[in-house]
Structure formats: structure tokens, C-alpha cells
Write a protein that binds this ligand. Structure first.
Ligand code: C5P
Length: 315
């Protein structure tokens, strides 16, 4: 008879995301804003390797020196969302041991693409497998939502509508594949600051006649465009309420959007709270061309596609 053994280590991969649509409503008492968003997981991944250990520790592969806005700026203590995820799972299941987490980061740090949320989702799945705690998808989702509004989506992947704080997910039908070119910026933007800037901008400019709503929906044309698989329709309906405040924090982002459109992208928007800019392109060839043009202009440009699956065990 064979006895099931816990693995010595587990490798989980989770994707970064683009908000194809991001509508922001009013601010709840807990400080979070009402959202109606469409997430799409894209082929840019965070890898987390969880290794059995007596206590909790974390390291980041590929760090290149402090203060460069890259992985070396990511904390390795309890401020790290993956560390918090591991400890939350241990607490929720009564697991008495620890784990060493190694993060291999590819999603831009503080780029508005949910890299930290992907780390947390991957850490939950990896520790659950490593420790044999065997939580249901539903239970993992509940823990994910406690870690951050974008963490449930990193578990889920694909294309999904997020409401509430962005953590109430429903799958969205999306046909085919969409090609995106991402332009990353050297310096990240703080998500809370971008939300706060939107509130003050709305108050000062009288942009909204009434108080922002506390419940919103994704407009039907966005969902229709995803279902049709037609990048032209999607380009026409992409929108991000946080764009105005990201541009106020970082006006140079407007130049990047203009450059991408000139190079032939169908549309360009700030991804999430920025500063990453996501360009939707007609097809892979067009995306390749847009990427090359932007790189020739000195930009850091990546060609990715979506949708891709959520957090999954690689080995
Ligand atoms: O949940 P997460 O840690 O990703 O959120 C980071 C910050 O973004 C929050 O502290 C809050 O300031 C802002 N936020 C918000 N409304 C949301 C999601 C995030 O105001 N629905």
C-alpha cells in the first residue's frame, strides 16, 4: 500500500491582469470604492515556489538592487501579500508549520496589473497543495477576497466581471484571443493615491451631478464586444474611470498613449490604477509592429495575449 506523501515543494503560476473596463462609483465607509470592472488575465505571470519549512520566510528571485521600481522594491516581510496569504491559510486551517516562498516576478511592480495579487493567489494555491489542507475553490476564494480586491480574480483567471469592491466575480464570455501591447513605466503609482485623486478631482470639477453610485454595472457593449471576439468593438468600448487621476499624477502617460495609437494600436488605456498602458491591437502581427515601434522610441513594451487561466499548479 502506498502512503500519500506531501510534496517537498510546489510551483504555482498566476497571471497579471488588464482591466478592459473599470467604472468607479462612490466610496464605502471602509474606504473601498464600488466598482464595475472587466478583468482579463494576460500571458505575463508570477511564479511562486513554496517549499516546506518550520517557519515563514520569503525571497524574491531576480532582484536588481533597491529603489529601481522593480522586484527589489517588493517587501519580503509581513507587508508582502504572498506572505500574508500563507499566514492567513495557516490560521484558517490550523496548520502548525511554515513555508518558504520564492517569488519569480514578471508582472510590473506597482504597475496596475495585479502582480502582488497574483503572488497572493499563487501562494494560497501552493501552500494548500504543499500542506495538504485541501480547501475548496469557494473557501480559497473567500480567503483571497480577504487579502485584496483583485486576488480572487488572479485565482479565477480568464475574463470576468467584477462588482462590489471588484471581488464579486462572474465569468464573462470572451471569444478567441485578444492581443495587447503593454508599456511599463519605471516608477509605479500608488493605488490608494490614484483612487483618492479621483475622489478629489470629482469633487473639485463637479464632474458628477449627483453623488457617485454605490452599485454599478458594466455597460452591455463591453460584454457584447468580448463575446464577439472583435477587437475593433472592444477598442471602441474600453474605458477606465481611474485614467483621469493616473494622468493627473503622471501626465507623461498621455504621450505614451498617443505614440501607441500612432503606431497602429486600436485603443490604449491606463491599466487599473496605472501607470502601465495597455494597447489593444488588431492581431498578433499588428501587436508585434506596435511593440517594435514603441521599443524603437525607447519604451519598455511587451506583447501579451488574453485570456489565460488563473493560478495553477505547474509541478
Ligand atoms: O484591495 P487592494 O489592496 O488591491 O486595494 C488597494 C487600495 O486601492 C485600497 O486600499 C483602496 O485605497 C483602493 N481601492 C478602492 N476600491 C476598490 C479597490 C481598491 O478604493 N474597490
Amino acid at each position: 500500500m502506498s502512503i500519500a506523501q506531501s510534496p517537498a515543494s510546489v510551483h504555482v503560476r498566476a497571471p497579471g491582469k488588464i482591466n478592459v473596463y473599470l467604472g468607479v462609483g462612490g466610496r464605502h465607509e471602509d474606504g473601498y470604492h464600488a466598482l464595475a470592472t472587466v478583468f482579463q488575465a494576460v500571458s505575463l505571470y508570477e511564479d511562486v515556489i513554496a517549499t516546506a519549512a518550520d517557519d515563514f520566510s520569503l525571497s524574491i528571485a531576480g532582484s536588481s538592487g533597491a529603489g529601481d521600481g522593480g522586484p527589489s522594491d517588493v517587501p519580503v516581510d509581513d507587508r508582502n501579500l504572498a506572505m500574508r496569504a500563507a499566514k492567513l491559510l495557516a490560521g484558517a486551517t490550523g496548520f502548525a508549520g511554515g513555508v518558504h516562498l520564492e517569488l519569480r516576478k514578471s508582472v510590473p511592480v506597482a504597475g496596475g496589473m495585479g502582480g502582488g495579487s497574483a503572488d497572493a493567489a499563487a501562494a494560497l494555491v501552493a501552500c494548500d497543495a504543499l500542506w495538504g489542507t485541501g480547501l475548496s475553490t469557494q473557501r480559497l476564494h473567500e480567503l483571497a477576497a480577504r487579502l485584496g480586491a483583485d486576488v480572487p480574480f488572479a485565482l479565477h483567471g480568464g475574463t470576468a466581471v467584477g462588482t462590489g469592491r471588484g471581488d464579486h466575480l462572474n465569468p464573462a464570455l470572451a471569444r478567441g484571443r485578444f492581443d495587447w501591447v503593454l508599456v511599463t513605466s519605471e516608477h509605479g503609482l500608488s493605488t490608494p493615491e490614484v483612487y483618492a485623486r479621483l475622489d478629489s478631482h470629482r469633487a473639485e470639477s463637479g464632474a458628477l451631478a449627483d453623488d457617485p453610485p454605490l452599485s454599478l454595472d458594466v455597460p452591455i457593449p463591453v460584454l457584447q464586444a468580448l463575446r464577439s471576439g472583435d477587437p475593433h468593438s472592444l477598442a471602441a468600448s474600453m474605458f477606465n474611470d481611474l485614467e483621469v487621476s493616473a494622468l493627473l499624477q503622471c501626465p507623461a502617460l498621455d504621450d505614451i498613449i498617443s505614440e501607441g495609437l500612432r503606431a497602429g494600436a486600436l485603443s490604449g488605456i491606463v491599466s487599473g490604477s496605472g501607470p502601465t498602458i495597455a494597447f489593444l491591437c488588431e492581431n498578433p502581427e499588428s501587436a508585434q509592429y506596435v511593440q517594435t515601434q514603441l521599443q524603437d522610441a525607447g519604451r519598455s513594451a511587451l506583447h501579451v495575449h488574453g485570456p489565460v487561466p488563473g493560478a495553477r499548479i505547474m509541478s
